[in-house]
Design a binder for this molecule. Structure first.
Ligand SMILES: [Zn+2]
Length: 336
């Protein structure tokens, strides 16, 4: 079987109340549970790392809970099984390697033919549903076309546009938006024990994603950001050595390069906002006021040119252009 019982769920993530943000979406799911208006298939979509899977788990836990309330109680027998990842009616389907195997969907079809083992409902959570190949998607479509009331499917994806329309149209779609900065900062303070100021700075760069924030926290993000600011704050006119040093800083490792290019973008974006909106507005890097101020020496046209040049380089690298050549061309054409 390539289909599996759920991973053990950390107790804290079994409840909606432990999810940061997404108040509207959660209210909608809760009222579907308590009002007995559950759809047979849901599509949770939105960018990566913002809590779609946690919401799916809390949703499943509440539906399977013996108390039949909007939140899982965490204490009944069903909740204990859910929490330990061995509830027979909570089935996780995820990609193995690059794809969700057709066999996993066949197993799902086979299970659906039988009643849930505990008598109530059975939840299938298909994570990264966009990784179904055509054959798997076609097989899944069968069950979506002939729903069985006891089974609920929750498809999760950050790329809904890659799923066949026939699947999209048969699911109730719930869109999860990027989290607000304050929600990400609160998460970092409460769960990752960061101090208020660091949490705020990382949240500003995390683009509404807790997963991204945790990555940034683990990386040398703050040190890198300071270094990027230092490079950009300096006047490069007529000094090729400064440009070489910027190029070296941008690095050789692909992931590292893309992180640093994103930092460059965010610095120039901030400088643009500062130029165009008087009164030092709040921006991603507003704690680095001196550096941003220094970058505003450039004209608006120059900053826009730089933003475009960097974006083009990021795209080129995504398409596997030669890193050194791309960086060299970019560094020496930036208007600094
Ligand atoms: Zn319970």
């Amino acid at each position: 079987m390539s289909i599996s019982k759920s991973d053990p769920i950390k107790k804290e993530s079994m409840s909606f109340q432990d999810i940061y943000g997404h108040e509207k979406q959660i209210a909608l799911l809760k009222s579907a549970i308590t009002g007995g208006r559950l759809a047979h298939a849901y599509l949770f979509h939105g960018r990566e790392g913002i809590g779609k899977k946690a919401a799916a788990m809390a949703f499943a836990a509440a539906i399977l809970c013996d108390r039949k309330e909007a939140e899982a109680c965490r204490t009944c027998l069903s909740c204990k099984k859910t929490g330990h990842g061995n509830h027979p009616d909570l089935i996780m389907i995820a990609a193995e390697g690059a794809f969700i195997k057709i066999q996993a969907i066949k197993d799902l079809l086979h299970m659906i033919a039988f009643r849930p083992l505990e008598g109530g409902r059975r939840l299938f959570i298909i994570d990264e549903a966009d990784r179904m190949n055509q054959a798997a998607a076609n097989a899944l479509l069968k069950t979506l076309e002939e729903p069985t009331p006891a089974n609920i499917l929750v498809l999760i994806t950050s790329k809904p546009y890659t799923l066949p329309r026939t699947i999209l149209s048969r699911c109730q779609q719930i869109r999860f938006s990027p989290l607000r900065q304050d929600a990400v900062a609160a998460y970092l303070e409460n769960k990752e024990s960061l101090d208020h100021e660091t949490a705020r700075m990382i949240a500003a760069a995390a683009e509404g994603s807790i997963q991204r924030a945790r990555q940034l926290k683990g990386d040398d993000y703050l040190a890198d950001r300071r270094a990027v600011m230092g490079h950009l704050a300096a006047d490069h006119s007529g000094d090729p050595l400064r440009r070489l040093s910027l190029m070296r800083f941008l690095g050789k490792d692909k992931k590292d390069v893309s992180e640093k290019l994103s930092l460059l973008l965010s610095c120039f974006r901030d400088a643009l906002v500062w130029k165009e909106i008087p009164g030092n507005p709040t921006t991603a890097n507003s704690d680095e006021q001196d550096a941003i101020q220094a970058i505003t020496r450039l004209t608006t046209d120059d900053i826009l040119y730089n933003l475009q040049t960097i974006s083009t380089s990021i795209r080129a690298l995504e398409y596997n252009a030669n890193k050194l050549l791309t960086l060299e061309a970019m560094t020496f054409t930036l208007r600094l």
